[in-house]
Design a binder for this molecule. Sequence first.
Ligand code: IMP
Length: 192
Amino acid sequence: MKKKLVVATNNAHKLEEIAAILGDEMELLSLKDIKCFADIPETADTLEGNARQKAMYIYENYGMDCFADDTGLEVDALNGAPGVYSARYAGDGHDSEANMQKLLHELEGKKNRKAQFRTAICLIQEGKEYLFEGIVKGEIIQEKRGGAGFGYDPIFVPEGYEQTFAELGNDVKNTISHRARAVEKLCLFLKK
Ligand code: IMP
């Protein structure tokens, strides 16, 4: 029988992406599949802390192997902000437009526009914890460009490219993104 692994998400796209890399090795289950409809707390002050908190919640309440991720945009000139607070940088509404406008405003007049997306994944397998990290470096541009993706994609140009994530589209983004890199590390570990 295949081993089961809970992915602490209901995002079908994340599940598909991981299933594609993992192949037939494991049976992936979403939160819905295990009938978890709770609002899982994410109150830590680091990406790793939040990923661990979400994974632990599943492990403690459902006793299943699982993993969770957390992502943030870390901007050099803002000492790593918005970081773990990326989703609610402009307030609790999770409004991407307001978040981007706030970031562009904070960077006004700043020469250094370097930034990175960073994803932390926490896997809990047979009671042991493992952390994986994926980073993509790039730059915050002055104005939004492109219509694909989500979050800060329209203002982030990854290193080695001239287009934003929102212009590059999901096919390119999914091969070079922070999340893809973290997931690849996780999958390499799970395949061992
Ligand atoms: P999450 O941990 O994947 O929910 O990401 C937290 C927040 O970081 C999101 O609400 C977005 O604002 C931002 N974010 C995460 N991943 C991306 C991405 O791939 N592109 C743009 N923004 C992202």
